[in-house]
Design a protein around this ligand. Structure first.
Ligand code: UDP
Length: 371
């Protein structure tokens, strides 16, 4: 055997794992079926702008170990995520905060906002929220649910809010302050130079082979290493033999515009049901519209994001963590646990709606167990 580890997938999980095992003195080979590294955090330079090719990624964490870890591979800027919600031309601040409540109801004080939410919650009669709809109403009331959550969520997930798990909406903070920071995180930012450069730094000195499909060449590739770290979809690994897990896919329509400012913000969410896209990302604002020398960029690049149900041939992005898929995943996990020389990791390998920091924490933990 030439390698101790074959890492399948050069996304964040694979790159962190490969770095850790290499630093522990192991011989590691990383492969990826795409022609580039970095998985879904891949950024591509278009007109001097780091375009988030597979969807916007904003690094945020409360985990000091993870923050220190990523700072070894990139310098982070001070970007703070403050998306704007566009509901039929009315603009609201996100996450839900005093600016949102003021725009929605004209309330001025936290007490007035709280009373309004309480009143709507009471009228809806929800005591023990059982799904996303009930959870949302009990957090922010019916008006905000109807205008800012329902349409967006049903587009994003392709399912009624009554059939979605409550935890998805708990990702969004509700604040009785004027804080527009989308995340409750101590540390936040975008890697200067782009995510691809950050992952390249993680993989520095490690052998990487691109354009190789593991599942198509499994038998041969397995011979190369003692252990496999597999970060692709777990159901694909087992050739969908228990049936496919459901994922949401995303399609991006990216345009270069000959203007310097399209929407004045990195993310604008279209929260009505009728607009076919969920959000528009204007990539330059992740880096304040400046190039590396601090000059204003003359053009802009925008991506409209369309959500769809995953089908074979599409890129899987979001696991659909409802009860049915959860149960099927557990069956696949049993099969996975029986594969003694394979570690399944990351959003697709563990069928989990992981954020980047949690992926890193998980890869660090699994790598630690291997030593
Ligand atoms: N969400 C919403 N309205 C918004 C933004 C988010 O209702 O304007 C809900 C939606 O259900 C979404 C969830 O909150 O799936 C989590 O949003 P987040 O921005 O964390 O999703 P991601 O950035 O991972 O796609």
């Amino acid at each position: 055997m030439k390698y101790d580890y074959l890492v399948v997938g050069s996304g964040l999980y694979g790159a962190v794992f490969a770095r850790e095992m290499t630093d522990a003195g192991k011989k590691v080979l990383v492969i990826d079926k795409r022609p580039n590294i970095a998985g879904n955090i891949y950024t591509e330079d278009i007109e001097g702008i780091h375009v988030h090719k597979y969807g916007a990624h904003i690094f945020h964490t409360n985990n000091k170990t993870v923050w220190d870890y990523v700072n070894r591979f990139a310098v982070f800027n001070r970007f703070t995520n403050s998306p704007v919600a566009n509901y039929k031309g009315e603009l609201f601040s996100l996450p839900f905060n005093m600016y949102t409540f003021n725009r929605m109801w004209g309330v001025v004080t936290p007490q007035e906002a709280e009373a309004k939410i309480e009143e709507q919650k009471k009228a809806a009669g929800i005591t023990n929220p059982r799904n996303l709809e009930e959870q949302a109403i009990s957090l922010v009331g019916t008006d905000i649910y109807e205008k800012l959550i329902k349409g967006y969520t049903e587009k994003q997930w392709g399912r009624p809010c009554t059939e979605l798990p409550a935890f998805i909406i708990k990702r969004l903070p509700v604040r009785l302050t004027f804080d527009n920071n989308y995340f409750n995180a101590l540390y936040q930012g975008i890697p200067i130079g782009g995510y691809t450069q950050m992952v390249a730094n993680m993989l520095d000195g490690i052998e990487v082979r691109l354009g190789i499909d593991y599942l198509e060449n499994k038998e041969e590739l397995d011979k190369l290493a003692d252990k496999v770290i597999y970060t692709g979809p777990i159901d694909a690994y087992f050739d969908y033999k228990l049936g496919p897990l459901q994922y949401r896919s995303v399609r991006f329509e990216t345009e270069v515009l000959d203007i310097s400012n399209f929407q004045g913000n990195a993310a604008v969410n279209y929260t009505d049901r009728e607009t076919p896209w969920t959000r528009i990302i204007e990539h330059k604002w992740f880096e304040f519209g400046k190039d590396a020398q601090g000059n204003d960029l003359p053009k802009t690049v925008i991506s409209r994001e369309y959500s769809s149900e995953w089908k074979p041939g599409d890129e899987p992005y979001y696991p659909v963590n409802d009860a049915q898929n959860g149960a099927l995943y557990l069956e696949y996990k049993k099969l996975g646990d029986a594969e003694k020389n394979v570690v399944f990791g990351g959003r697709l390998g563990e069928y989990k709606y992981y954020d980047m920091d949690a992926v890193i924490a998980s890869a660090l933990e699994r790598a630690g167990e291997q030593r």
